[in-house]
Design a protein around this ligand. Structure first.
Ligand SMILES: C[S@@+](CC[C@H](N)C(=O)[O-])C[C@H]1O[C@@H](n2cnc3c(N)ncnc32)[C@H](O)[C@@H]1O
Length: 223
């Protein structure tokens, strides 16, 4: 668990006050054992708990996730859903699915999760056109965020919202020497979101930076 830029003692205080979860801990361990440093892509437990609570507080019933990996964020999102709720997950590859399924099954949420393999832009475009998504979580290729946002906004329900991960990119967002594709894409995305007059948004300094986006009330969502 880590939140970028938060001093270690403050982070420890947060951990000490978190109701930790054995299944999430086991999934983090399995991910590290099987996929090494890629385990850093799992969201932290503080972010996971926040997302579960957000799902419960908003009463979300249909959630879309873009970028599932070994299923850590999906585990927390699915836990917040009612038993007849649905989490539609997109990932480019099925390499990590077995690990994810172990955790989802152990948590009793596997039957709420609809895993779809392939490019997320294609999968999102095939979702029904009408508003039916209560919450979306973006955590995949950073260059695709803008496309995913545009595909999801018209599909959001009245009270729907989108969470976007890694928007601070471990601080590289502010590093003038960082000109790699992901950093540039995230800078463009953050500026784009802040400049949209049809959306309200806030960057939370949670994890690696998480933006919460909602269509502005009284403003038609783009077709
Ligand atoms: C940061 S990881 C997701 C971590 C996950 N949310 C978690 O908390 O464990 C990003 C994932 O996005 C997937 N991905 C990358 N490009 C994609 C695309 N175009 N469409 C769908 N998934 C993609 C990768 O395969 C990878 O598993």
């Amino acid at each position: 668990m880590r939140s970028f830029g938060i001093p270690d003692d403050i982070q420890q205080y947060v951990v000490d006050h978190l109701d930790t979860d054995p299944i999430a801990a086991q999934l983090a361990t399995a991910t590290r054992e099987r996929f090494g440093d890629l385990a850093g892509m799992n969201i932290g437990e503080d972010q996971g708990r926040f997302m579960q609570l957000l799902v419960e507080a908003t009463g979300a019933r249909t959630i879309v996730e873009v970028g599932t990996f070994t299923g850590m964020s999906a585990l927390w999102l699915a836990r917040g859903l009612p038993t007849d709720g649905r989490l539609i997950c997109f990932d480019l590859v099925d390499t990590y699915l077995e690990t994810a399924m172990e955790a989802w099954t152990a948590a009793g949420v596997a039957d709420r999760i609809d895993m779809r393999i392939g490019p997320a832009a294609d999968g999102l475009a095939q979702l029904p056109d009408e508003p039916h998504v209560d919450l979306a979580f973006l955590d995949a290729d950073k260059g695709g965020y803008r496309t995913y946002l545009d595909l999801l906004l018209p599909r959001l329900t009245e009270r729907g919202a989108i969470l976007v991960d890694n928007v601070l990119w471990s601080g590289r967002i502010l590093d003038a020497d960082a000109t790699d594709d992901n950093t540039v894409a995230l800078r463009d995305f953050n500026d784009h979101v802040a400049g949209r007059d049809d959306c309200e948004s806030v960057i939370l300094t949670l994890g690696d930076g998480v933006t919460l986006i909602r269509p502005r009330r009284g403003h038609a969502t783009p077709a």
